[in-house]
Design a protein around this ligand. Structure first.
Ligand code: IPM
Ligand code: MN
Length: 365
C-alpha cells in the first residue's frame, strides 16, 4: 500500500509520527507492504510554498492508496480570507480525493467512562457511528462570497438527489454491519435541502428492509446525544450538521483526541483524527495520539481490507487504557500514569505487536 502522510499543523506532526510508527510495526507483523511518503498541507504548506495544497502534495495523494492526515489550521493565518486559509488545503484535498462518506465512530470506552462529561449511567454502552456527507452542502455550494461593499456575505446549501443517495447507501450498508438502525438527521421543518434529503433517504431505505430507519431534526439530535446517546446506532447527516454533531459525540467519549475518521467512496481513501490542530498544546509532546493511531486501524480495515491488523491496533489501544496509561486530556484528577505523546505511541505499538503475534500463533495452531 502506498500511503501519503500529511502531518499538517499544530499537533498534527506529533500525533502523525506516532500513528505512522504504530502502522509500520503492525504492518510488518502482518506482512503488509507499506510505503509512506510525507508531504505538506495547510499552514505548514503556506509557509513553505505559499499554497495550502501545493501541486506536489496533490500529485502524491492522487498516486497513493490512502492519505493519512494529522490536522490543519493555525491562528497565524486567522487574518486571511477563507480562500487563503490553511483549512482550504483540507477542503481541496477532500474534493481531490473524492471521498464523500466520512465515517466517525464514537463509542464509550469502559476504561474512560469517568472522563466523559456525561454521567456514567447515561453514557455507558454508547456505540454509534456518524456518517457525515463530506463533499456537499454549505462547505462547497455556490454561489458564495461577500457583496461588493462587504456589508453582506452568503453561502449556499445545495444537495442533489445523487449526492444524498450515494452517502445514504454507505450509511445503510454500515448499519447492516452493526445493529441495523439508522437515524437520518436533517432540518426538514425549515430547509428545502433537508426535505430533499429526507425524501431521498426514505426512498433508499426500500433497498434495506432489514435496517430500521428513523428521522430526527438536528437540534433534537444534539439534545438526544447528551440525554440518551445509547439509542443511536448509525447517524446519517449532511456536511455541516455532521461537523457539529461529531465534535459533540467525540467529546462524550472523554476527549476529542480519541476519535478517528475514515473518508471513503472516492478514488483515494482519507484517514484523519476528528480533532483539530490544537495550537495551544502543539510541540509539547502532550497531545493524545490515539485518534490518529485509531485512524490507521481504520486504514487497515477499509483500504487494507485487513481486519485482524485493524483489530490488533484497536485492541492495543483498549489494553493500554485498561492498564491505566493516560495522556493529560483523558487523565482523571490524581492520575499517576500520565504519559507523553511519544510514550503513548510506543505503548500502543508494543501491545499491538503482542496482539499481532498472538493472532499469528493462533492461526499457526
Ligand atoms: C473537521 C474539521 C474541518 C471541517 C475543518 C478543519 C475544515 O473541523 O474535520 O471536522 O470542518 O470539516
Ligand atoms: Mn470539525
Amino acid at each position: 500500500m502506498k500511503i501519503t502522510v500529511l502531518p499538517g499543523d499544530g499537533i498534527g506532526p506529533e500525533v502523525c509520527r506516532q500513528a505512522v510508527d504504530v502502522l509500520d510495526e503492525v504492518a510488518a507483523a502482518f506482512e503488509i507492504q507499506i510505503e509512506s511518503e510525507e508531504h505538506l498541507i495547510g499552514g505548514a504548506a503556506i509557509k513553505a510554498t505559499g499554497s495550502p495544497f501545493p501541486p506536489e502534495t496533490e500529485f502524491a495523494c492522487i498516486g497513493s492508496h490512502a492519505v493519512l492526515l494529522g490536522a490543519v489550521g493555525s491562528p497565524k493565518f486567522d487574518d486571511l480570507l477563507p480562500e487563503d486559509r490553511p483549512e482550504i488545503g483540507l477542503l481541496k484535498l477532500r474534493k481531490t480525493l473524492g471521498g464523500f462518506a466520512n465515517l466517525r465512530p464514537a463509542a464509550a470506552i469502559p476504561a474512560l467512562i469517568g472522563s466523559s462529561p456525561l454521567r456514567k449511567g447515561i453514557f455507558a454502552g454508547t456505540d454509534l457511528l456518524i456518517v457525515r456527507e463530506l463533499l456537499g452542502g454549505l462547505y462547497f455550494g455556490g454561489p458564495r462570497g461577500f457583496s461588493d461593499d462587504n456589508t453582506e456575505a452568503f453561502n449556499t446549501m445545495r444537495y442533489s438527489v445523487s449526492e444524498v443517495e450515494r452517502v445514504a447507501h454507505v450509511a445503510f450498508q454500515s448499519a447492516r454491519g452493526r445493529r441495523k438502525k439508522l437515524t437520518s438527521v436533517d432540518k426538514a421543518n425549515v430547509l428545502e435541502t433537508s426535505r430533499l434529503w429526507r425524501q431521498t433517504v426514505t426512498r433508499v431505505a426500500a433497498d434495506y428492509p432489514d435496517v430500521a430507519l428513523d428521522h430526527l431534526f438536528v437540534d433534537a439530535c444534539a439534545m438526544h446525544l447528551v440525554t440518551n446517546p445509547t439509542q443511536f446506532d448509525v447517524i446519517l447527516t449532511e456536511n455541516l450538521f455532521g461537523d457539529i454533531l461529531s465534535d459533540e459525540a467525540a467529546v462524550l467519549t472523554g476527549s476529542l483526541g480519541m476519535l478517528p475518521s475514515a473518508t471513503i467512496g472516492g478514488n483515494v481513501d482519507l484517514y484523519e483524527p476528528v480533532h483539530g490542530s490544537a495550537p495551544e498544546i502543539a510541540g509539547k509532546n502532550i497531545a493524545n495520539p490515539l485518534g490518529a493511531i485509531a485512524s490507521t486501524a481504520m486504514l487497515l480495515r477499509y483500504t487494507g481490507k485487513n481486519e485482524p491488523a485493524a483489530v490488533a491496533i484497536e485492541n492495543a489501544i483498549s489494553k493500554v487504557l485498561d492498564e491505566g496509561h493516560r495522556t493529560a486530556d483523558i487523565a482523571e484528577a490524581g492520575c499517576k500514569m500520565i504519559v507523553s505523546t511519544d510514550e503513548m505511541g510506543s505503548l500502543v505499538a508494543s501491545r499491538a505487536i503482542e496482539f499481532a503475534n498472538a493472532n499469528y500463533s493462533y492461526h499457526a495452531v
